[in-house]
Design a protein around this ligand. Structure first.
Ligand code: ADP
Length: 479
C-alpha cells in the first residue's frame, strides 16, 4: 500500500511545533510496518538544504503565480525516507518563518503557497507527475495540506483515498473569497456545504469536508472538537462527519527522546536515577539558578502563548516561589508573556530563569534537568513535551484537556496507592487551580520515596509510535 504524507514541516529540517515531529516519525513507523510511504513537502530553504540526492521528477511550469515550479525527489536525513519537494523559488525560497513574514504578519500569498501543496498532492494522485509511483492514500496534515482532499474530490474518476489529520484546529488557513479563482476552484465552493467559512474560505474546512476520514491527534481532542468550546466554529462540520472522525494518539521517537540522549549532562535509567541529579545541577548552573533550592525545579518548554496557559502560570508564580521551588522557561511567543517571565527572572534570579528562543538541544537539557514539566494548556490536541518528560522521569503537571488528559495519570491518593500515578493533573483553566497543584507537587517532592515511585512509573510508560502506526495502518486499510 502506497501512502503519501503531505505536510508543511518536518523535523529536523523545518519545525515550528509538534507537527514537524509527527511528520518525521509517523512515516518512518509506517515503513517499519512494511508500507510504501513517501512525503510531499514545500521547497522551503531548510528542506532544500537538508535533503540529499534531490533530482527533478517533473517540470510543472508556471502555476499559482510562480514562474517555475519543479517537482524534485530525494532522501530525508536520518530516516532516509523518500520525499518529494515542490521547488517553487518565488513562493518558498524565503528566509525566516514558514508561515509569517519579517513584519510578523502571515505571508500575503499563503493561499497560493499552500494551495500549491494540495494541488501537487492531487496531481501525484492522478499519476501525472510521477507515473512510477501513484499513492493509494493521501494523508494530509493540518490546514496547510487541507486542499489536497478537495482537489482529489473534484476528480470523480480518482480512487485515491484521503485522510486528513487535525493537529491544531486553532490555525485554519482562512482567506478572502477573492482567492478562490487563484486556486482554480469553482465558485460553487463558496457555500456552507463547501469551503465557505464566515464570508471567506477555509483550508481547514476543505480538509474536514472532503477527506474520506478525519483524525485528530488524541481521542479526547477528537471528542472536544465536536463542542463549541474547542471547535473554533467548525464543531458542526466535525459533528456532521460522525464516525469518520476519530482520535489516534501521537507517539514519541524514543531514539531522539530518551535519558541517554547525547544532549544531556549525564545518562540515567529508571533503576538508576543518579544521572538525573547531575542533569538538574548542570541545568541550574547553566541558567544561573541556585542549587540549594528547597523545592523542585519546574520547567517549561513551549511556545509562549495563551493557548499554552502561560498567562495562568505567570499568575500562579508567587505560589511556586513561596514554596521555595524554581522555574526555568524555554520558549518564544507573545511579547507580553516573554516580558512577564523576563521580569519574574529579574526579580528572583535564584529561583526563576527564562531563555527566550528556540533551541532543540536546550529543550533536551530542560526536560532531563527538570523535576516537573508544566503544561497548563487551555487546549492541547496531543502535546508531545509531556510524553518526552515521562520518559525522562520529569513529572508532567498538566491541565486535563486533549492529549494531556489521555497520557498523564494524576498522583491522587488512590493512584499513588495503586502505583499508577505518573504526574499531576488539574481541571480548571485558572491560576488558583494550577497554584494548588504546584503546592501539592512540592509536598510530594518532599517525600523522596513516593516521588521516585512516580518517576519510575512515568519512565516505564510506552508511547512509542508502534501502536499509533498500527492504528493508522488499519485506518488506511479500511479505506
Ligand atoms: P505545539 O505543536 O502546540 O507547539 P507540542 O507539545 O505538540 O506543541 O510540540 C512542541 C514541540 O516543539 C516539542 O517537540 C517541543 O520540544 C518543541 N519546542 C517548543 N518550544 C521550543 C523551544 N523554545 N525550543 C526548542 N523546542 C521547542
Amino acid at each position: 500500500m502506497r501512502i503519501l504524507h503531505v505536510a508543511a514541516e518536518i523535523y529536523p529540517l523545518v519545525k515550528t511545533g509538534g507537527l514537524a515531529d509527527v511528520v518525521a516519525a509517523l512515516p518512518a513507523a509506517l515503513v517499519k510496518r512494511g508500507l510504501d510511504v513517501r512525503i510531499l513537502l514545500p521547497g522551503l530553504p531548510g528542506i532544500l538544504n537538508g535533503m540529499t540526492g534531490l533530482e527533478p521528477v517533473f517540470q510543472i511550469g508556471p502555476v499559482f503565480g510562480a514562474a517555475v515550479v519543479t517537482l524534485l525527489r530525494g532522501r530525508l536525513p536520518d530516516s532516509g525516507l523518500s520525499a518529494y519537494v515542490i521547488d517553487a523559488p518565488f513562493l518558498f525560497r524565503r528566509e525566516g518563518n514558514t508561515y509569517v513574514g519579517p513584519d510578523g504578519r502571515d505571508w500575503s500569498d499563503n493561499h497560493r503557497r499552500f494551495g500549491l501543496l494540495g494541488w501537487v498532492a492531487a496531481h501525484l494522485a492522478c499519476g501525472e507527475l510521477d507515473a512510477a509511483w501513484r499513492p493509494d492514500v493521501i494523508h494530509a496534515h493540518d490546514w496547510h495540506a487541507g486542499l489536497a482532499p478537495l482537489y482529489i474530490a473534484q476528480n470523480p474518476g480518482l480512487k485515491t483515498a484521503t485522510v486528513f489529520t487535525v493537529h491544531n484546529l486553532a490555525f485554519q488557513g482562512r482567506f478572502s473569497n477573492d482567492c478562490l479563482a487563484e486556486l482554480a476552484l469553482p465558485v460553487g465552493q463558496l457555500t456552507p456545504p463547501g469551503i465557505e467559512f464566515h464570508g471567506g474560505i477555509s483550508f481547514m474546512k476543505a480538509g474536514l469536508v472532503y477527506a474520506n476520514r478525519i483524525t485528530t491527534v488524541s481521542p479526547t481532542y477528537a471528542r472536544e472538537v465536536r463542542t463549541a468550546e474547542f471547535g473554533y466554529g467548525l464543531e458542526g462540520v466535525l459533528r456532521d462527519r460522525g464516525t469518520d472522525l476519530s482520535g489516534i494518539l501521537n507517539g514519541v521517537d524514543y531514539a531522539v527522546w530518551n535519558p541517554a540522549d547525547p544532549d544531556i549532562a549525564s545518562a540515567y535509567r529508571a533503576d538508576d536515577l543518579a544521572g538525573k541529579l547531575a542533569c538538574k545541577l548542570a541545568l541550574q548552573s547553566e541558567l544561573g539558578l541556585s542549587s540549594e533550592a528547597a523545592g523542585p525545579l519546574f520547567v517549561v518548554v513551549s511556545r509562549l502563548f495563551v493557548q499554552k496557559g502561560m498567562d495562568l502560570l505567570l499568575a500562579a508564580l508567587p505560589e511556586l516561589i513561596g514554596e521555595g521551588a524554581q522555574l526555568a522557561v524555554l520558549g518564544t511567543g507573545d511579547d507580553d508573556l516573554e516580558t512577564g517571565f523576563r521580569r519574574a527572572a529579574a526579580v528572583n534570579p535564584e529561583q526563576v530563569a527564562v531563555f527566550v528562543g528556540y533551541d532543540e538541544a536546550m529543550a533536551h537539557r530542560f526536560i532531563a534537568g527538570g523535576d516537573v514539566l508544566l503544561v497548563p494548556s487551555r487546549f492541547e490536541p496531543c502535546g508531545l513535551t509531556q510524553l518526552y518528560a515521562l520518559r525522562y522521569g520529569t513529572l508532567p503537571l498538566v491541565r486535563r484537556v486533549g492529549g494531556l488528559a489521555d497520557t498523564v495519570i494524576d498522583a491522587s491518593a488512590e493512584n499513588l496507592a495503586a502505583d499508577r500515578a505518573t504526574g499531576f493533573v488539574f481541571a480548571d483553566a485558572a491560576s488558583q487551580a494550577i497554584g494548588k497543584r504546584i503546592r501539592e507537587a512540592c509536598a510530594l517532592y518532599r517525600d523522596r520515596r513516593a516521588w521516585q515511585q512516580v518517576q519510575r512509573r512515568a519512565m516505564l510508560q510506552d508511547f512509542s509510535w508502534d501502536d499509533s502506526a498500527a492504528h493508522y495502518e488499519s485506518l488506511y486499510r479500511s479505506l
